[in-house]
Structure formats: structure tokens, C-alpha cells
Design a protein around this ligand. Structure first.
Ligand SMILES: [Zn+2]
Length: 145
């Protein structure tokens, strides 16, 4: 089967859109306005808030590097890593309008030495693994060039 006929599916369901310009799916507390990713469904985690209603929202596609590291060992579940494991960079990216930090792998081929605090990053999707019919994709951060 040729690569072109494979269906792209999310490696984790409901965490991001599969659009050409993908977005992470989070939630926002209708009481205090705090954003969450991964989504909080039943109650607000803001200790100063007793909100129980959260709207699903698409998060900003761009942010700035807050911290980063090289991940040289496979992460524990529920994180998903390639088999066989290849080291990759991980970035915590601050989304300005949501005032939150979102962790993510950095795209293949960009290691931690290429990153710096404050660097602008955007969300993209990369294939994590595939079978005969599907490509399983996950969100990653890519430096904005
Ligand atoms: Zn709240």
C-alpha cells in the first residue's frame, strides 16, 4: 500500500485537530477563565475557583519557549515514544493569551542545542508510527522560521 493512501489518525484521541494548521484542544473554565491542557472535563483545577463548567477551546498555535530539555530515555506512560526509541527534544512553550505552558516534543531533526528561551514555536503534527493503513500522528513544536 502506498504511503499516500494511508489515513492520518491521532495517536491520542481528542487532544488536537488534524487540520492543515493543527490546534491543541483544551478546555476553559467558564467561571474563572483558566485554560487547561490536557483538558479538564468535570471541575476547575484552580484552587481559588469552584467552577464545574468547562468549554472546549482550540488553543493558540504559536508560543514562546519557556524551557526545554533533551529526552534521552523513553517517557513513562501515557506519553508515547517511537519504537525503537530515539532521543528527542522536549519544549515547554508558553501561550501568551492563555497564560499557560504546554509541553510537547520538538520536531524530528531539531535538538535542544538549536533551542533557546523565548524562541517562537508553532504547533505541527508528525507521524509517530504507522501500520499498513494508518499514520498515527502527534503534536509537536517546531521553531518558527
Ligand atoms: Zn475556574
Amino acid at each position: 500500500m502506498s504511503r499516500a493512501t494511508k489515513t492520518r489518525v491521532p495517536a491520542v484521541e481528542g487532544w488536537f485537530t488534524l487540520d492543515h494548521e493543527p490546534r491543541l484542544l483544551g478546555t476553559r473554565c467558564t467561571t474563572c477563565g483558566t485554560f487547561f491542557f490536557p483538558r479538564q472535563a468535570f471541575f476547575c483545577r484552580n484552587p481559588a475557583c469552584s467552577g464545574t463548567e468547562l468549554d472546549e477551546v482550540e488553543l493558540s498555535r504559536r508560543g514562546r519557549v519557556w524551557s526545554f530539555t533533551d529526552n534521552r530515555y523513553p517517557p513513562p506512560p501515557p506519553a508515547i515514544a517511537s519504537e525503537p526509541f530515539e532521543p528527542y527534544a522536549v519544549a515547554a512553550v508558553e501561550l501568551a493569551s492563555e497564560q499557560m505552558v504546554v509541553m510537547g516534543q520538538v520536531v524530528h531533526g531539531v535538538d535542544a542545542t538549536a533551542l533557546s528561551a523565548g524562541m517562537e514555536m508553532e504547533l505541527t503534527l508528525e507521524t509517530l508510527y504507522e501500520d499498513d493503513e494508518h499514520e498515527y500522528v502527534v503534536w509537536k513544536w517546531r521553531p518558527v522560521t
